[in-house]
Design a binder for this molecule. Structure first.
Ligand code: XMP
Length: 508
């Protein structure tokens, strides 16, 4: 498989660069700038992309790289900080720009392989305070803006290109063409990274690795574990056992849906552990959010591993870890490594032949593509994020079976109405919350004193920050009307208009 290296100098768009390259059909992997040159040489990359980064190249503490990388015969594309770094490494000059450029800027280009099919003037996205004041010897300036006389340069002989702007962001009008040109005009890639190939080769690899042994996978009903289950099932069928712990805190009918999907569509052993009552017993009288989360987490771990211990022939343990969980970051000190928070800790007393992570090379959007190709229903493949503690963090205060039922019914109405109005895809996440508050109402001339339901809906790219969604009033009105009419013990509906920060997406 052809590979592009995205050498990470701490830029905020490094994952986006790799995703864009993969969208063009070429596999890209991200490694920190501390990766030794020998490792890079051994990997036989078709091309290397230096990412952006927040530093100034002329500060000695900034991330740098051995100059020899410019002479190993592998094409290079420097982006933003990476562009300045190429200039600095090749002994050009970089200075603090008299005028910083942020946002959309007009770029004027000269003829170049990386600018094939791009007009002389176009809009690019800039974000820089330093600039190249003198291109290194052997480099031609091939792009400029009003405030940046060297916004792009090339050394055709060495196949080294550098652009001050960010081709990976959609605000750069022809950014995608720049990346395409680098991959196909400069690196001469063939485009062998396709999801069909991925499924075929992964299934083959899994078969070889697993042989006649068994595999156990914890299935949560989330996208990643579902797609991992689909792949493993295709590879080894009944040698796969999926353990699905239903703690009674999923959305309405979700447990049945997961079970029906996997037992009817896929060849595997499916073990469902229903432990709702056990969870509620443990949570009786508990109102503190953190304590609830802790109890749910611990109980889940215990139930799951108790079930696994029962499996006679354990073989391999599989999990749905995806690529962003595995990337070492190029930010800060050399030894800072991103926490692999999605990887399960195995208890000491359970032994496996090994751990299998069939999706460890994929970004989320690629996981979804694979899921669709494997025939996993859209509801699972495009599922919104759902917190591990489930409805447990959407019911404020003590959990009871009655409260769970009220919330499940109200949430179902919301989802149904959003789907009917085609509004589902516009939002990152929407759900109902039961704040545990009772209010006075009037229904059929009678006074009521019943539950309040809150609707939470957000737009966000990364869930680190979020805005409350501007759902049209008529949809909100319909949802409110249906919830109060159709869900017993609800007499009032409110809409949460808090962004994150200061709120969080979930209420607990
Ligand atoms: P917050 O509430 O922190 O949520 O703004 C951000 C995103 O994370 C999800 N979330 C969780 N996901 N386990 C998870 O797997 C959890 O304990 C958890 N808590 C919050 C939340 O739904 C939102 O998408």
């Amino acid at each position: 498989m052809e590979k592009i290296l995205v050498l990470d100098f701490g830029g905020q768009y490094n994952q986006l660069i790799a995703r864009r390259v993969r969208d063009h059909g070429v596999y890209a992997e991200i490694l920190p700038y501390t990766t030794p040159l020998e490792t890079i040489k051994e990997n036989h990359y078709k091309g290397i992309i230096f990412t952006g980064g927040p530093n100034s190249v002329f500060e000695m503490s900034s991330p740098h790289y051995a100059k020899e990388i410019l002479d190993i015969g592998v094409p290079i594309l420097g982006i933003c900080y990476g562009c300045q770094l190429v200039a600095w490494m090749a002994e050009g000059e970089v200075e603090t720009a008299p005028v910083s450029e942020y946002g959309k800027i007009e770029l004027t280009i000269e003829n170049s392989a990386i600018f094939k099919d791009i007009p002389e003037k176009s809009i690019v996205w800039m974000s820089h305070t330093d600039r190249i004041s003198k291109a290194p010897e052997g480099f031609d300036v091939i792009g400029k803006t009003d405030d940046c006389p060297c916004a792009a340069m090339q050394n055709v002989e060495k196949n080294i290109y550098a652009v001050q702007f960010h081709p990976e962001v959609t605000h750069s009008e022809y950014g995608n063409v720049v990346l395409h040109n680098f991959l196909y005009e400069v690196c001469h890639c063939s485009g062998d990274w396709q999801m069909d190939n991925f499924i075929e080769t992964t299934v083959e690899k899994l078969r070889n690795q697993i042989g006649d042994k068994n595999v156990i996978l914890g299935l949560s009903g989330g996208v990643d574990s579902s797609v991992a289950a689909g792949l493993l099932s295709r590879a080894v069928g009944k040698q796969l056992t999926c353990v699905f712990v239903d703690q009674g805190l999923m959305r309405k009918d979700e447990g049945d849906f997961v079970e029906n999907t996997f037992t009817s569509l896929f060849d595997m052993n499916f073990v469902r552990v229903n432990c709702g009552e056990q969870f509620l017993a443990k949570l009786k009288g508990v109102t503190d959010p953190e304590q609830k989360r802790k109890i749910i987490g611990t109980e889940f771990f215990n139930v799951f591993w108790d079930e696994i211990r029962k499996q006679a022939d354990k073989g391999y343990f599989a999990q749905g870890t995806i690529y962003p969980d595995c990337i070492e970051s190029g930010k800060g000190d050399a030894d800072v490594i991103k926490t692999h928070h999605n990887r399960v800790n195995l208890p000491d007393d359970v032994e496996f032949l090994g751990v299998i992570e069939p999706l460890a090379d994929l970004f989320k959007d690629e996981v979804r593509k694979v899921g669709e190709k494997l025939g996993i229903p859209k509801e699972l493949v495009w599922r919104q994020p759902f917190p591990g503690p489930g409805l447990g963090v959407r019911i404020i205060g003590e959990l009871t079976a009655e409260k769970i039922k009220v919330l499940q019914e109200a949430d179902w109405v919301l989802r149904d109405e959003m789907a009917k109005n085609g509004y589902e895809k516009n939002l990152a996440q929407f759900f109902c919350v039961l704040p545990g508050v009772q209010t006075v109402g009037v229904m059929g001339d009678h006074r009521t004193y019943d539950n309040l339901i809150a609707i939470r809906a957000v737009t966000t790219d990364d869930f680190m920050t979020a805005d409350w969604a501007k759902i049209p009033y008529d949809i909100l009105a319909k949802v409110s009307n249906r919830i109060t009419n159709e869900v017993e013990h609800v007499n009032r509906v409110v809409y949460d208009i808090t962004s994150k920060p200061p709120g969080t997406v979930e209420w607990e």
